[in-house]
Ligand binder design. Sequence first.
Ligand code: DCB
Length: 517
Amino acid sequence: MKKHIWLSLPALALCLLLAFGTSAAAFSDVPAGSWYGPAVTEMERAGLISGYPDGRFGPRDPISAAQFVSVAVRCAGLQPVQGQTGHWAAGALQTALQAGWYDWDEIPPTGERFDQPISRQLAVKILMRSQLPQARGDYITESQKMRDLSQLDGRYYEPVLAAYAAGIVSGDSLGNFNPKSGLSRAEACILFQKALKLSGHSQNTSTPAPEPQPAVTVRGGVSENGWLQVIGTQLCNEKGEAVVLRGLSSHGMQWYGQFAGRQSIQNTARYGANLFRVAMYTAENGYISNPAAVKQSVVQAVDAAIANDMYVILDWHILSDGNPMTYRNQADAFFSEMAERYRDQPAVLYEICNEPNGGVTWEANIKPYAQQIIRTIRSRSPRAVVLVGSGTWSQDIHLAAQSPLTEKNVMYTLHFYAGTHGTDLRQRIDQVLAAGLPIFVSEWGTSRADGSGGVFLTEAGQWLDFLDQRGISWANWSLCDKNETSAALRPSTSPNAVWGPEDLSQSGAFVFSRLSS
Ligand code: DCB
């Protein structure tokens, strides 16, 4: 009990300090003319760092893992989540862990290393992942700048080389990086300040957390927007204006291809859709077992969407075949042919692996697959936007964020079902957006994740409001009349008629009402 009280007093002091530290004047032990003075003062004014209760900053003290990560979370504008221990920084550390800035073993969430000095190599990794996730350094050029390269552990090569390339670190007077040593609180301030300058974050406000971007207003079809491009995390039109695509996804083309014809697609356009998704299953009697006929129906659907001036997603719908590597050669040949066919067609977006699942990993399976297929597509259609899935049915965007693709105009798909997924997955979206990852919700449903149950319209409404506030595009599963709650149409609806309210299911009525608003 005594121990508990003894521990909680400094914790309380630190919490108070974190809350009120920003109003303190300059620190008593930070001379204005010192090499770190301006950086410490600037960071303190921006509310990103704080000092000790006695008014000192302790510039030469080694910075602990908890202190470093807390500053990183604040600089990234994220909110701490629920932590696993009572430690003052447990929430911030949990946020950082979930964002993929470091791995479990580097700072275990059980807390035993929270208050120990953080190593320089780990600090730089967290700095780069949290503030400059897209930065890269050329191995040959940058490694020559480090005399003690052999001391650097392999998992830190990428961020440390990127930090050298960006001019954020430069080594000591002997040219050593000293990866296993600690760093002082003053040095940490300098690192963060440099990274923030490069990432373009303003440090002159006392509220570092940026609110989500307001809803994007530009909509319209292909004739209005032309070739799409990804700027930062936002999908934009040819002129560089933010744009949002919304529409329906087909069900499996091998089963419900009749709802992907001209009239059906036009019906969704009438309600405001500017996007259609063509879900071409690979397994389950899809493309792999019947390539010619399935491809023909897919091409017809793509052309029908184009005829309606809509953007269209060509979706390689892996599902029971959870590893995209399984049919990698077929995918390569298919996308090669399609990208050639639609090379002059700004309407087509390529979704190269619907939902990886089972024992797949981003690093070993999905990323190398994506690199190959993107190369294939881009060699035919250089400007095309490519959508890439992730593990756990395209929910593991945080794992992709740890090791993003370097190609331009790539977005990461996030799939959700309103009856199964909620706050946690939305929080994950905010974390990866903060890390610079562009997100496209290429499939979501009002049902549970199995396509039935519910419908969960309150939850679906929360999801769509969230996406609207962030300018994220979406396609709803699915445009068919199957007897399941996620289907937008009542059983026996005609695919070739103009639909009225009586043709729409509960889900369809809700989804169609959100296409245009
Ligand atoms: C995805 C798939 C999609 C699937 C829907 C709903 O799978 F991309 O193909 O569609 O979400 O489950 C369903 C149809 C059914 C059909 C079935 C099999 O609605 O009519 O019988 O595909 O072809 C997900 C998404 C998320 C999760 C699991 C699945 N999850 N899944 O989070 O657990 O197992 O299919």
